[in-house]
Design a protein around this ligand. Sequence first.
Ligand code: PEP
Ligand code: MN
Length: 338
Amino acid sequence: MLILMDADHKKEQLDRVVAKIEELGFKPHVLPGAQSTAVGITGNSRPLDPRIFEQLEGVKQAIPVTKPYKLAGRDFAGGDTRIPVGAAPAIGGETFVVMAGPCAVESEEQTVRIAKLVKARGAHFLRGGAFKPRTSPYAFQGLGEDGLKILKTAREETGLPVITEALDQPSLTLVYKYADIIQIGARNMQNFALLKEAGKLDKPVMLKRGLSATIDEWLMSAEYIMSEGNKAVMLCERGIRTFSSHTRNTLDLNAVPVVQKLSHLPVIVDPSHGTGLRDKVAPLARASAAVGAHGVMIEVHDRPHEALCDGPQAMSPDAFESLMGQLRRIAAALDFKL
Ligand code: PEP
Ligand code: MN
């Protein structure tokens, strides 16, 4: 339910609406807008009778919200969400953001070297996994906390804020300590316990779309994070499973405008995992910019044959440099900075 207040409502009237929602055992979300103030309600498992609120003074109208993702959906929101991260351009703002780096943190030398390469070519954020969700238990699982310390060093050396994945509660606590953005990976999109814990933190979260998740399921997962209080959520389309086997996944670029219509959250696209093949990453990154995404996440490695994870999809620094030039031109055409 969304309660719209009269334009000239008094503060006591708004307080009364908030108190009424709390008396009923639900959560109020006061949403001040340019024209008028609204109050969203979450926590109700059944539809509420609008008359409960419409009889209160200062209330203009109570509108039932049919979408199950109230906080992630557009109905409750004043406008598009911008997520500031340190001195980097805000995500969801006027800049098309580029997150780049290796799939995995392999060593300090490797991570700092690649961080400098992507920084010199214009990346805004450094990516790199310290906790790797691998299909095989025998594959490289990441360096854990040592990997996070390396990311911290790379941030100090380059100034790039760091995004890295948390796999479970213990790694979430560590990632929170070291990283600037917490990544929740595709395989954990419906790990509701993890989503709730990330929702209690005060650092931005990037929620990747699950391997076979519908857009509604993805937005409900964002809702899990937001309903715990953390509103700094961005979404990442990274390809889904389809019958098509020519690429690792099928990058669902339809999802970008679909999600942007349903939600106010920024949408990033990951064409590296979306295609799994380095020669397909640049075309799909260009398409991501053209379709109106707020940014891309790209895996870059200068020695992909030595990479401990996802070498076949890693772009070379040269290819990344030429992609950045193309992205600059596409971003400019859509009035984004880059
Ligand atoms: C990653 O970005 O390192 C990753 C594992 O991606 P995904 O969760 O999309 O597979
Ligand atoms: Mn990877």
